[in-house]
Design a protein around this ligand. Structure first.
Ligand code: DX5
Ligand code: ZN
Length: 220
């Protein structure tokens, strides 16, 4: 599948989200970080903002839920207008049922892994998901440095997916920039989230193009 770039609006101006979305017309997704100040030590936005943003842009929304009790909340984000919903496996009691509920509402379902969470225990349930999000930082804040210790997990996840012949995307999130994207693409990532690298730049769309061509070259 083609590589995809998902700018994270965590680094955008929250008072001008529609304009910020319009500044990256060449992006494949808009990545929306939902934080509840329990699963991570930060608080961002929730369903009403997702609902408003879905009406204000035609980009599909890739909602990354860093929240407790995703079983209770995740499927509702599909009704709010998210096209892809990612919940953390560490917080979820019934990941298979939650993924099925999300898919039944017509959205893509993804599981996210914190840096210290291994992929191997979840091998048998990979087919229940459309995407695996491998965090390359500790979730909670943008602007951190990519943790190189997370890169081998991208490769192992790709090997497991290939072994089972699964068309499941691998997304990486955290510290993605022109300096770090190539090693992640080379390891097998498909979808690249970038917050500060995109929205702190003078020309966000230029960064999106640049990240895409670096990743494509690294993968080739
Ligand atoms: C952090 C979020 C990321 C964040 C990445 O927990 O999940 O999506 O926006 O920001 P950068 O790209 O600045 O590391
Ligand atoms: Zn995120």
């Amino acid at each position: 599948m083609a590589l995809q770039i998902a700018p994270s609006i965590l680094a955008a101006d929250f008072a001008r989200l529609a304009d910020e979305a319009a500044a990256v017309p060449n992006a494949d997704w808009l990545h929306v970080d939902v934080m509840d100040n329990h699963f991570v030590p930060n608080l961002t936005l929730g369903m009403p903002v997702v609902e408003a943003l879905a009406k204000a842009t035609d980009k599909p929304l890739d909602c990354h839920l860093m929240i407790e009790h995703p079983d209770r909340w995740a499927p509702g984000y599909a009704d709010a207008g998210a096209s892809s919903i990612t919940f953390h496996i560490e917080a979820c009691r019934a990941p298979i049922l939650t993924a099925r509920e999300i898919r039944a509402k017509g959205a893509r379902a993804a599981m996210a892994l914190r840096p210290a969470t291994p992929i191997e225990p979840y091998e048998d349930m990979l087919s229940e998901f459309d995407m695996i999000l491998i965090m390359t930082i500790e979730p909670g804040f943008g602007g951190q440095q990519l943790l190189d210790a997370c890169v081998p997990k991208i490769r192992r996840t790709r090997e497991l997916l290939d072994k089972h012949g699964l068309d499941v995307w691998i997304e990486i999130d955290g510290g993605v920039s022109a300096y770090t994207i190539e090693r992640c693409a080379e390891a097998g990532a498909d979808v690249f989230v970038a917050g500060s690298a995109v929205f702190n730049a003078d020309d966000p769309s230029l960064v999106v193009d640049n990240l895409r061509s670096l990743a494509e070259r690294a993968r080739a």
